[in-house]
Design a binder for this molecule. Sequence first.
Ligand code: SF4
Length: 399
Amino acid sequence: MSTVALEQPLRSRDTSLGTSEALPGGAETVEGTAGAPLVHSVGPTAAQINAPLLGWYDRERRDLPWRYGPGETPDAYRVWLSEIMLQQTTVKAVVPYFLEFVRRWPKIERLAKAKLDDVLAAWAGLGYYSRARNLHACAKAIVERHDGRFPSREAELRELPGIGPYTAAAISAIAFGQCATPVDGNIERVVSRLFAVREALPGSKPVLRSLAATLTPESRAGDHAQAMMDLGARICTPKRPSCLMCPLSAACDARALGIEATLPMRKAKAERPVRYGIAFVTLREDGHILLRRRHEAGLLGGMLEVPSTDWGDAEPALAQAMKSAPLRAEWWPVTGVVSHTFTHFRLELAIVRAVVRADTQLDLWADADRCHWLPRRALAKAALPSLMRKVIAHAMGDG
Ligand code: SF4
């Protein structure tokens, strides 16, 4: 922990956090944007952090397929692809998708030329499907506007589809060694502990970003960012940080105060609302299934789905719901419901199922132009989100 005697002036820090004044115990108040005082310790300096952190990273870094070795030039395409995939998704889930993408589309020009539907199908199961649409749009923009080369500066990167402040900073630092500071969930946790920040997330995000920036070195900024990510993933873990093994323990204020396991604090989340719908699983006797393409904009945009009623706040009455059925058939309710959690709500889908003749026409009451029959043997490679795979599996009795 940094010790600051009462008679000593506090170190000034160019964090744009507002005015500071000394408090006993090496803490300072920082006036937040809403005028409320936030309290955190003075915390470590870049000089205290960087040598032990980079030394640890050189010995212990995770071996990940998008990483480059010492002396190798980072490939911005692989850095970008991995960072988009890793948003809201674990490393374990991402690795097979990353390997498949770079096998099929080893260069950005190849990805830019791919059909969007093939990209969506390859992304199926990874979730947050707007990322896949933006990935494809970004690849095209890089080829058309930047001659196939990623720009190195954050401001230019942020003008590209699907690249926000975090991803721009990550690409800029990791692929190009620019002095940029990406702050993901792992880094938020490490910084909140290093500086003993007791303001709750998500309100503390601007403070954490500013504090993280004070630690970013001029050289090896990319390694520094990846080292912080690795430290958060392996040592400074959410529930039981392994402080005894941590290369930064001597400089960590939360550790010195014995409050590391309580940080970062989080504002209690409001409970997710529940939405309801009925899905129509329509099977043809010759082994086809009826699917519908979702609208491009919005949730699961552009992906395939089992046709369903709208998803509303109340459980739909069956008689009313049947007016949304895609064709006239003998519909049988399937026991149970399929639940799926999205970021902002939980969905409960009841299912009705029908088996129709092979010569059944698409006698559709709505959305005919967005529907088609797909051979069931082709389902594995279709652009179907996990939710719809669960619906089909449940309707077929293997869910
Ligand atoms: S000493 Fe403990 S709390 Fe502090 S950064 Fe290391 S693992 Fe995290």
